[in-house]
Write a protein that binds this ligand. Structure first.
Ligand code: AQP
Length: 352
């Protein structure tokens, strides 16, 4: 029996339920539109975390986005704000703001880059992946961006950071930077943040190739479900999604070596808020053609209304700007105090 969505979803899938979390910071790059991977791997957890943390910051990290060239950054930033609101980020309970609108991020980023060590950065695997073969042509920003990410987190005294698979190493770096800074300049300046790991939906893969992750920058939109996709587009992408010729297995072991099958089952499980084993119990033996119809049904239920709400919000630009302006005011007011402490600890001259 499949569990009813309304009983289980949304919920903080792996969040310690008995414990109220302190301060949470997380960010998303407006480097394109929000897709199903962003939603299942991050944003739905962000929504749930609003019920169990004392203070939350969700940031549109545009300074990270420009580490590779962007042609429509302004529109993408606004539509990413609309997407987050449509998915359930509540701008009253969470501080929703644009990174570049609070200059403390880049100011602290520079200070921390004088604390971080070259050796630490050179171990970051994401740089190697994103820069590809032609590293000499990668921007300095792409290399240094984990330091800016550390600044984003430490600026607000975040105690917990929801991290996807690919960000775990960057959070480790943030912890190293915080500890090194505190040791050099004063023990109590930065809190050392803990990762919040969500296993469900942690790595949604491309619909065209189960070995690469679903991504905003994948050139073909056929590999991803975008929040802007209506039912027809979703159905067409799922029907064309790569699969193999066998039927679905009834046990998890039967997904081994079947990356595309594993991905589709994982997407379905995450959307329903249930485990893979439970899904396979009910769909084992089913053909992909039939399973794809079931998957389209759950995508219609969970994603299509969010896409419609996003389109509505995109039509109200003034509202979006106002939300982000208020977010910026709240963010700046909260980071100012820590920046004063940092400037003083590092010995900068205060000229009034
Ligand atoms: N495919 C994915 N599966 C699960 N989680 C994902 N995330 C991204 N892709 C997947 C999570 O979404 C959050 C925000 O991601 P981001 O915008 O900071 O950057 P990203 O991880 O680089 O996302 P994209 O879509 O792949 O963007 P581009 O193509 O611009 O690099 C993060 O928590 C991330 O883990």
């Amino acid at each position: 029996m499949m569990t009813n969505i309304s009983d289980t979803y949304p919920r903080p899938v792996d969040t310690p339920s008995d414990e109220r979390l302190g301060c949470i910071f997380s960010g998303i790059q407006p480097s394109g539109g929000l897709h199903l991977g962003n939603y299942l791997g991050a944003v739905r957890h962000w929504v749930s975390l609003q019920d169990c943390a004392r203070r939350i910051f969700y940031c549109l990290v545009d300074c990270h986005a420009i580490t590779v060239s962007q042609e429509r950054l302004r529109e993408q930033t606004l539509s990413m704000a609309a997407a987050l609101l449509a998915c359930g980020i509540d701008a009253e309970r969470s501080v929703l703001f644009v990174q570049s609108s609070n200059p403390h991020h880049t100011e602290l980023g520079w200070m921390l880059s004088c604390v971080a060590r070259m050796g630490w950065l050179s171990r970051m695997t994401q740089f190697k992946e994103k820069a590809g073969k032609d590293r000499e042509q990668a921007s300095v920003g792409l290399y240094a961006y984990p330091v800016l990410m550390a600044a984003d987190i430490l600026l607000y005294g975040a105690t917990h950071v929801p991290v996807g698979d690919d960000q775990k190493q960057h959070l480790e770096l943030t912890r190293d930077i915080a500890q090194r800074f505190n040791k050099s300049y004063g023990e109590d300046i930065f809190s050392v943040p803990e990762p919040l790991i969500f296993s469900s939906g942690a790595r949604v893969m491309s619909l065209r190739d189960g070995s690469v992750k679903m991504s905003k920058s994948e050139s073909s939109p056929m590999g991803r479900i975008d929040l802007t996709d209506g039912l027809d587009a979703i159905a067409s992408k799922i029907r064309k999604a790569k699969t193999d010729s066998a039927v679905l297995p009834s046990k998890e072991a039967g997904l081994e070596g079947r990356a595309e099958a594993k991905n589709l089952v994982g997407i379905y499980a995450a959307l329903r808020g249930v485990g893979i084993a439970e899904v396979l119990e009910s769909v084992g033996g089913m053909s992909f053609a039939k399973f794809k119809d079931v998957l389209i049904g759950v995508l219609e239920e969970v994603m299509v209304p969010k896409g419609e709400e996003m389109r509505r919000l995109c039509g109200d630009k003034n509202y979006l700007i106002e939300v982000l302006r208020k977010g910026r005011e709240r963010a700046r007011a909260l980071s100012e105090e820590r920046m004063k402490k940092v400037r003083e600890a590092m010995g900068f001259l205060e000229v009034g």
